[in-house]
Design a protein around this ligand. Structure first.
Ligand code: 0X9
Ligand code: ZN
Length: 411
């Protein structure tokens, strides 16, 4: 699919300004903002305005939000003085053809399943607002016995504009099958002994909307029509665990609109039902972009997970995975408080060991941000193979990472 590279973030590399105006189809104006914030407490105040914090630095953040949120941030007195570069931004298009649109993803997954019926099962576990199938691929030998094996679930694309987070799960599914066929002993053993669930995109409607004009729209949410005629709920604020307790907004125009109720969205309900119907899932990875981080619960409060072993498992696994991909491991709320995300729910409600990766790039420099171009796809996948494999390997008993004999029943 031809995509036009929107270099809105390229200008952020200069960081000599604080706001860039962008108009979305709902008629509201949206801005990039550079906002002074020295710690997680100040960042949480910013998150509570309803703006989405996208980059965290030692003494400032880069946030994206509506004019209302801009006004609220201005009121805090933390907005750095700005210049408006919107017109300039529209002058730098380029193509991103290797990324997959929804039809291409569907075709790739069907192809993988059709050619490998002994290893791959493709199914739709829900329908989006616009009627698209939500695809999950299940990989393993003897799929009729899959429920009796330990399971891990990988997902991407909660946020529409985070296209790299969709490419990686797709590539991971293809990689596992290819490596299995070509005799990779480790993969053969793991595909034989695990139940692997891969959901390339949780938000197909949002993703298609983001690319539909051949020009990125910087869309984040799903495409539900809200009761007041606005569009979209932030799916990563809509899960039920401690829903609406901070870092999300009840304003339908907000980038982090939590929805009218927990699990109000067909996409999150489908995720809930799917995960709850596979009680063998021990380990979860939700891919997002960008910032090069490995995050683990809690996100809704500053305290860590109260159960010592569970906290230690998350910390140890995050640290280990960071050795391969070079990302920074930390508890989610070290960034800022945000409630209603996938991992807080998966761990909080079901004790699934859960991680969010914020993929490359690390910041919004030239060619960076949400639209880093096609050249990053392969290298970012390569550096994440070992972390993905590690989650798969230890999904039989993640507590083994603490001590080989440790067994903690977590369901
Ligand atoms: O804010 C988010 O949903 C994620 N960042 S993103 O830039 N991809 O939007 C981070 C989610 C981590 N979870 C919490 N902060 N609770
Ligand atoms: Zn995201």
């Amino acid at each position: 699919m031809k995509k036009v590279f929107l270099s809105i973030l390229a200008v952020l590399s200069v960081l000599t300004f604080s706001s860039v105006k962008e108009v979305q189809s709902n008629g509201f104006q949206y801005y990039w903002m550079k906002v002074k914030a020295k710690d997680k407490f100040e960042r949480s105040v910013i998150a509570n305005t309803g703006a989405a914090i996208e980059i965290v630095k030692d003494d400032y953040v880069i946030a994206y939000g509506s004019d209302l949120e801009l006004a609220a941030i201005k009121k805090l007195g933390w907005l750095v003085a700005s210049s408006n570069l919107a017109d300039e931004i529209k002058d730098f298009p380029t193509t991103d053809a290797p990324y997959h649109n929804y039809t291409e993803i569907t075709n790739e997954l069907k192809d993988l399943a059709n050619k490998n019926p002994d290893l791959v099962q493709l199914s739709s576990f829900g329908k989006t607002n616009e009627g698209r199938d939500m695809w999950v691929v299940r990989i393993g030998t003897d799929l009729t016995k899959a429920e009796s094996k330990p399971a891990v679930i990988y997902m991407g694309g909660h946020h529409a504009r985070e296209h790299l987070s969709v490419e990686l799960p797709l590539m991971w599914a293809q990689y596992l099958v290819n490596e299995y066929r070509s005799g990779n002993q480790k993969v053969i053993a793991l595909v034989g002994s695990r139940d692997i669930h891969i959901i390339p995109t949780v938000n197909p409607d949002g993703m298609e909307y983001d690319i539909q004009d051949g020009q990125y729209k910087m869309w984040r949410k799903n495409r539900v029509r809200n009761s007041n005629g606005t569009y979209g709920v932030d799916l990563n604020r809509n899960y039920s665990y401690q829903w609406g307790t901070g870092g999300s907004s009840s304003d339908t125009n907000s980038e982090v609109y939590m929805g009218p109720a927990p699990f109000s969205e067909v996409e999150t309900i489908a995720m809930k039902n799917y995960i709850e119907s596979h009680t063998n899932i021990t380990t979860l990875l939700s891919l997002h972009s960008f910032s090069k981080l490995i995050l683990y619960p809690w996100g809704h409060k500053y305290d860590g997970i109260p159960t010592a072993n569970d906290k230690a498992v998350h910390e140890k696994m995050a640290l280990t995975m960071a050795q391969w991909n070079g990302y920074t491991p930390e508890q989610t709320s070290e960034l800022y408080i945000a409630s209603g995300d996938t991992t807080d729910w998966a761990y909080g409600a079901h004790k699934i060991i859960s991680f969010t990766f914020e993929l490359d790039p690390g910041n919004a420099g030239m060619g960076g941000g949400f639209y880093p171009g096609a050249s990053v796809i392969q290298p970012v996948f390569q550096k994440n193979i070992e972390p993905f494999m590690y989650l798969l390997e230890y999904s039989d008993n993640p507590y083994r990472v603490l001590s080989p004999t440790m067994q903690t029943v977590n369901h």
